[in-house]
Write a protein that binds this ligand. Sequence first.
Ligand code: NDP
Ligand SMILES: O=CC(=O)O
Length: 327
Amino acid sequence: MSQWRVFITRRLPDDILAPLFEHADVDVWPERLPPPYDELRRRTAAADGLLCMLTDRIDASLIAQAPRLRVISQMAVGYDNIDVAAATARGIPVGHTPGVLTESTADLAFALILAAARRLLDGVRFIERGAWQTWEPFGLLGQDVHGKTLGIVGLGRIGAATARRAHGFGMRILYTGPREKPDVAAALGATYVSFERLLAESDVVSIHCPLTPATRHLFNADAFARMKPGAILVNTARGGIVDHDALLAALRAGHLGAAGLDVTEPEPLPSDHPLMQCERVIITPHIGSATVQTRRRMAQMAVANLLAGLRGERLPHCANPEVFEKR
Ligand SMILES: NC(=O)C1=CN([C@@H]2O[C@H](COP(=O)(O)OP(=O)(O)OC[C@H]3O[C@@H](n4cnc5c(N)ncnc54)[C@H](OP(=O)(O)O)[C@@H]3O)[C@@H](O)[C@H]2O)C=CC1
Ligand SMILES: O=CC(=O)O
């Protein structure tokens, strides 16, 4: 009989799960949609290890009723869906997958910047409704990105990778965050500024900070009012960082030029949500890290974190490494 029982909340490739099959009884949720919360609780209650996704709510109550649980391993870099403090209080390490998804997510952020600035979706919709009759000297005009200013909110791994792309496209770069990053910024010629100055001077603002109590609705009506008329907002971080009602109002008032959103709150956004119908808004279904290569690396990393936790070893990538100090 296997030593451990593991619950995995989505199907993952068998070759990646193979190291787990050798050591554990593996319960894999078989559906395409995530397990409903009650099912997540029920199955986690019997598990020593949980491999979960950002769609799973891992709250204090769920953790409390899982007496055997010794590791939580999330297949994502962000872990705002997990009550890490509750896990830490129980001495349970929380794994995540930083680094391997940085370049893919920055590619998507920059794709949204270009698509929003150059009205890519408007052009596609134009053709789809049969409106393309000729080349027009002043039709479907977008904005240049070269020579413009990009404001990065959170110059971490993905923020810096997005800034590198912008640097290559001839953009001036500002950034804001809790502290200055002189080494990263020097290579990009990026300038550290306050949040307010970044809003006032950026033609494009790209969000790359985590969702925390401090960043929830950081982009509210006041922030939008401070942005430059015609500015573009791109969010590939978490939907909760943006107040969507305020975003909609700023777009409808014509103050903001466009938005590119890979993340929304909730996800999925209902199909009748006004942002879905809004011209100059491009919404993608949270696909920042969605490449074959990156998702495989994320899954492998999540399995490695899970196995380390089951064995009582330090996780290679841990959101709460302090649990190991207490041992
Ligand atoms: N769309 C998608 O599919 C994906 C989305 N993501 C999202 O991107 C986020 C960033 O990932 P990653 O770059 O790897 O994380 P990092 O931790 O490397 O970067 C986050 C950055 O945000 C900064 N930050 C923290 N708080 C604030 C704040 N209040 N205001 C401004 N900046 C702040 C941090 O500063 P400091 O270092 O000083 O603490 C850090 O530089 C994830 O948390 C996740 O939510 C990630 C992958 C894919
Ligand atoms: O949103 C994705 C993540 O990895 O975080």
